[in-house]
Write a protein of this length. Structure first.
Length: 340
């Protein structure tokens, strides 16, 4: 069976060396200045990281850009070792992201099953099988619908933006309203932590998921037109736009989630399902609103598969993974092989 895979090998040795020459003292100064500006105005680690990627991608972009950056900036004695470690961290991180987001999709599907069938018995292996099914579907899309991948991702991006505003409008219109004091100053330490402050900081960690993944464009740099210009812009636009939209969603939820004790013990597995159902009083409306979340999350899994596959192939090109000689072979529509 022939599998269509999009491959670009447009980074030659000469262009790579030219790109390395662009990394100069001026770049270090720009990174330091921008980092100080960010620290002075916005104390957010994601902003700092995305800004560093913004600057770095202007000078050097390959599918294994992270390992190349480490090799460029690390001391000569540890260049290869640190590049190898970073490459494996990136490799395992993206592989884990596929199953992590797939598990979220599977959990939401289980919640909808429980919503429609009150007698549904929750089993962990149900979630495992659903996760495998979601990931397999996304791999299928990446293999057999590769030429239409931009169209698929574009459609799911529209669902993401439109769905967010639909959910916000429905909740502000139909959900019970909390007062401002309870919304902003009432803390719930349900985890049993030593203080409300520790509980608050631990609760911030899951919110970072909304702003992660902006480096996925970097690992597809060799298939991107004018990557040194388009990728930095995409990184910054995606970070700030999603941060703003996430802030709107958070404000909406803290005013409309109702009784915290009730939704935290949701029989549907996910508190937001209880929020949707309490606001609409309709299983059909809850399913429709949840699908507006499931579809973009599925798009995220599709994007993670695309990113992980390119990153793995490029890392194999540098002999970084087992069986690199096999992994970096790509079968094109013609019977010939390409060896990069």
């Amino acid at each position: 069976m022939r599998v269509p895979i999009v491959v670009s090998c447009n980074i030659s040795a000469g262009s790579y060396k030219n790109a390395r020459r662009l990394v100069s003292k001026k770049m270090y100064n720009e990174l330091f200045t921008d980092c100080c500006l960010i620290l002075g105005h916005q104390h957010q680690a994601d902003n700092i990281v995305s800004l560093h990627l913004y600057r770095l991608t202007m000078y050097l972009t390959t599918n294994t850009t992270d390992t190349d950056w480490v090799s460029e900036f690390a001391p000569p004695r540890v260049q290869r070792f640190l590049s190898y470690i970073v490459g494996w961290l990136t490799f395992t991180g993206w592989q884990s992201a596929i199953t992590a987001i797939g598990s979220i999709v599977a959990g939401a599907i289980q919640g909808l099953i429980a919503l429609k069938n009150p007698d549904y018995g929750w089993e962990r292996w149900h979630s495992t099988l659903l996760t495998i099914a979601v990931v397999a579907f996304c791999v299928f899309i990446n293999i057999f619908v590769a030429r239409r991948l931009p169209l698929v991702e574009g459609f799911l991006a529209l669902v993401h933006f439109a769905g967010l505003f639909i959910v916000i409008i429905v909740l502000w219109t139909l959900a019970p309203r909390n007062n401002a004091h309870d919304a902003f100053f009432q803390f719930s330490n349900g985890g049993g932590y030593a203080s409300d402050g520790v509980s608050f900081m631990v609760g911030l960690l899951p919110l970072t998921l909304c702003l992660l993944g902006f480096d996925s464009q970097v690992h597809m740099a060799e298939e991107t037109e004018d990557s040194a210009r388009s990728i930095p812009r995409t990184i910054m636009y995606s970070t700030y736009i999603n941060a703003f939209l996430g802030f709107l969603m958070v404000i909406t939820l803290i005013f409309t989630w109702g009784d915290m004790a009730e939704i935290s013990e949701s029989v549907y597995g996910w508190p937001f399902l209880s929020v949707f159902y309490n606001a609409t009083g309709s299983a059909g409306a809850t399913i429709a609103m949840t699908m507006l979340i499931i579809l973009p999350l599925t798009g995220s899994v599709i994007a993670c598969v695309a990113t992980a596959s390119r990153q793995t192939w490029a890392f194999a090109r540098d002999n970084g993974v087992p069986f690199s000689a096999t992994v970096r072979h790509v079968r094109l529509p013609s019977p010939d092989f390409v060896h990069c």
